[in-house]
Design a protein around this ligand. Sequence first.
Ligand SMILES: [Fe+2]
Ligand SMILES: [Fe+2]
Length: 232
Amino acid sequence: MGRAAGALLGKLCPGLQGASSHYTQHVHQLLVRHCSSGNYTGHEEKAMLDRIIRVDHAGEYGANRIYAGQMAVLGRSSVGPIIQHMWDQEKDHLQKFNELMVAHRVRPTVLLPFWNVAGFTLGAVTALLGKKGAMACTVAVEATISNHYNNQIRTLMERDPEKYRSLLEPLVSYQRTPSQKNGTTLKKFRDEELEHHDTGLEHDAELAPAYSILNNLIQAGCRAAVYLSERV
Ligand SMILES: [Fe+2]
Ligand SMILES: [Fe+2]
């Protein structure tokens, strides 16, 4: 575009022909810089919003499948109502991200069918270790998810609030009930994930067999799931 303008300038003003090469380069650089900066912000914001919604949706979907697996094994036990309560909150989280996906035309991760099976299996297998095993799984998963939400919140807050207003907008308007004021989507969900984490600890998660190995393995798996879901 800049080169064409320079060539045209050379034709129209032959006297400037000799000087046109440097000028053309300069114009070209300016145009490229201007055109890219004009579109870059919009693309960058949309890409970031897509990434956030996609990975959070995947996380909430996975969490739902984990609690479904736990309930399949421990639904009738004494911890059934506790797991059900956490699952109900996860259903609510997932519904919010389902709505955001539709509203912002964001596709889900291609790994969703895999998280479906992997999540249910993880929930059921740890529940087969007993109540403490299920709670150990909850502690590991919820620690990773709440940490992930914290990272997202920090990243967004570090950005220019004006520039990223449109990005923050859909994520700060969530209120589940009128009594839950001032809650943003990410902060509210982060708090509820922490609540689940603490519930797990209160119900003897740390007394599960091979707790620290289990905890490290599940957290590593969850971090890998987050990494992949952000990218595909
Ligand atoms: Fe959640
Ligand atoms: Fe949770």
